[in-house]
Write a protein that binds this ligand. Structure first.
Ligand code: AMP
Ligand code: GLY
Length: 402
């Protein structure tokens, strides 16, 4: 199979790395990819949001499957453009991706599907959560415990120029729960916990994610929960005539009243993918292709009992800025020699040297028989890596939740 992975982050590197191991692969391509992916496949200078460029690349390569990583291109309808031209795509249509692209749409679907979620509130009064309606790269959600925080949140969403929703503030532990769908059927893809804040001890602003681990030892019944949370949503989207094909990612809060949905995403998580895929036994490409062709009935993912921990190395001004460019990265070969997986998130090659180029620069995954062992492995590799101004959290998976 000729496969094109769309995107340029560590999630896409992890997807490409696993697809690369598939016996069904003939050629691996990426658009635009990154230097990590370039070491295992061919990168093409086509942006992830360039629909015409991606279509002509897929046609030229005679691609058998296009795997779309990030939410932006999905919400923008890139999968629709490719499908209309006869290309198999892993990733939902623009209509189905609204489950991530619009908080209001998601609430409406959740209500219709009868899935537990935070109550919508008529007015913004503390404690509450104010959410901009559209995609905001993690910057559109404001958890408000004081009147002052509510005022700030309302100013911020107004400045974003967006519609917004107000909901009940939920307390508990957060878990990311994944399933692949062919539009009707689902197969569970495991759970992970993500560390969203920039600072140790979960302090400071939210980020895309500074690290993750999987499995989540205290979180039981993940596969059962997919039937209660993901399946009704898949059924409701199919009923509306907009079936969801791709990875459906539920952000859950495990509250004293049981699990409740915080949000749905229409794609794999970043950095969760960097801990789920190292645990995946068997053929990722077969799974993605079966979902894209609309028939997951004969396949099921199998995750090993081993654990994986990933630590993100970010630029010095992340998350305020995601454009830290040009600092040479050292230790890549030494880190890889430990057996750790070094996924490139924001890198470039300049004069033959790998340099920083983004916000979340690298995602370093260690594996082991326990979360603790995987954590030791990941940090041992992190210690070998460096670039000027690198910041990372030293407490990823230190307390494995609960
Ligand atoms: P979202 O993009 O909706 O997942 O929100 C981003 C983050 O905001 C979540 O991962 C939670 O940490 C927090 N959050 C969102 N909604 C709620 C809620 N109803 N109660 C408490 N925290 C929330
Ligand atoms: N790590 C959370 C996300 O991918 O949205």
């Amino acid at each position: 199979m000729q496969v094109v992975v769309v995107g340029s982050g560590a999630r896409e590197h992890a997807l490409a790395w696993h697809v690369r191991q598939s016996p069904g692969l003939t050629e691996l391509h990426a658009a635009p990819g990154n230097p990590g992916i370039a070491a295992i496949g061919r990168c093409h200078p086509v942006r992830a949001d360039d629909a015409d460029g991606l279509l002509s690349l897929a046609l030229t390569l005679d691609a058998d499957l296009v795997v779309i990583g990030p939410e932006g291109p999905l919400v923008a309808g890139i999968a629709d453009v490719l499908r209309r031209n006869g290309i198999a795509v892993f990733g939902p249509s623009a209509a189905a991706a609204q489950i991530e692209g619009s908080k209001r749409f998601a609430k409406d679907v959740l209500r219709a599907a009868g899935v537990p979620t935070a109550e919508t509130l008529p007015v913004a009064r503390p404690p509450c959560v104010v959410k901009a309606d559209g995609l905001a790269s993690g910057k559109g959600v404001f958890v408000c415990r004081t009147t002052e925080e509510v005022d700030d949140a309302l100013h911020a969403v107004t400045a974003l120029g967006a519609e917004f929703v107000v909901e009940e503030l939920l307390d508990g532990e957060e878990v990311s729960l994944f399933a692949l769908s062919d539009g009707k059927r689902l197969v569970p893809m495991g759970a992970a916990q993500d560390f969203k804040r920039i600072g140790e001890g979960d302090t400071g602003p939210n980020t895309g994610g500074m690290g993750a681990y999987s499995p989540v030892p205290w979180f039981e019944g993940a596969d059962e929960l997919v039937k209660q949370v993901h399946q009704p949503v898949i059924d409701e989207l199919a009923r509306r005539g907009t079936p969801f094909v791709g990875c459906l990612f539920a952000g859950l809060m495990i509250t004293p009243d049981g699990p409740k949905v915080l949000e749905f995403n229409a794609r794999f998580g970043d950095p969760e993918t960097q801990v789920l895929l190292p645990r995946l036994e068997g053929d990722l490409l077969e799974l993605l292709h079966a979902a894209a062709l609309g028939d997951l009935s004969g396949v099921a993912p199998s995750l090993s009992g081993d654990a994986a921990v990933t630590v993100v190395l970010a630029g010095p001004d992340y998350p305020a800025r995601s454009d830290y460019a040009g600092a040479p990265i050292t230790g890549l070969a030494a880190a890889a020699a430990t057996g750790a997986l070094v996924f490139h998130g924001g890198t470039a090659v300049r004069d033959g040297t790998v340099v920083t180029n983004g916000g979340r620069i690298l995602s370093v995954t260690g594996t082991g028989t326990t979360v603790e062992a995987a954590r030791g492995h990941a940090y041992a590799a992190v210690e070998l890596l460096s670039f000027a101004g690198a910041q990372f959290r030293r407490d990823i998976a230190a307390v494995a939740g609960g």
